[in-house]
Design a protein around this ligand. Sequence first.
Ligand code: GLN
Length: 190
Amino acid sequence: MIKECVGVLAIQGAFEKHRKILTSLGCNVILVKTIDDLSNINRLIIPGGESTSMRIMLKKHLLWDALKDFCNKKPVMGTCAGAILLASKIDYGNEEALEIMDFIITRNSYGRQIDSFTSDIAFTGTNSEAIISAHFIRAPKILDFGSQVNALASFEGSPVLVQQGNKLACTFHPELSDCSFIHSYFLSLS
Ligand code: GLN
């Protein structure tokens, strides 16, 4: 069986744990740092971190446009800062997004780093409901989303995991949970 080649954007942020989970699920993982790396993968995770730093680095390394192109064509999952970049609009100082998924997001919505927290959330993306321990680290909040977008999990009335076709955006850090549930779900999307 040919192993699937999955990329994890490794410009900045929490890419290492995503790599470990994907490897444990049997994927070939490429840490994506260049345009060439993008041509060797079938799907991509954009990890959490700091979205402003990521944007600056992506532009500096001339990766922004190639990344946008890749994300429009292939399955992609953005977590936390990655979700911010995938949004259609960042309602926070008019920052530029990749505009891949149809939702509006705002940053640092639950306070400062010290206010980060963990909460159990119910995932409703498959037939049976799963409970996931979700780590919110200076997390963003999805404020509104279009009709093509489905909320697969919510916290305090706001969607925290959304799907639009083969794209996922998650405002928490699934790589820090004990289960690989969300990664497996992402790998099932085509
Ligand atoms: N606060 C970060 C930002 O706005 C995101 C935090 C994270 O990825 N854990 O970019």
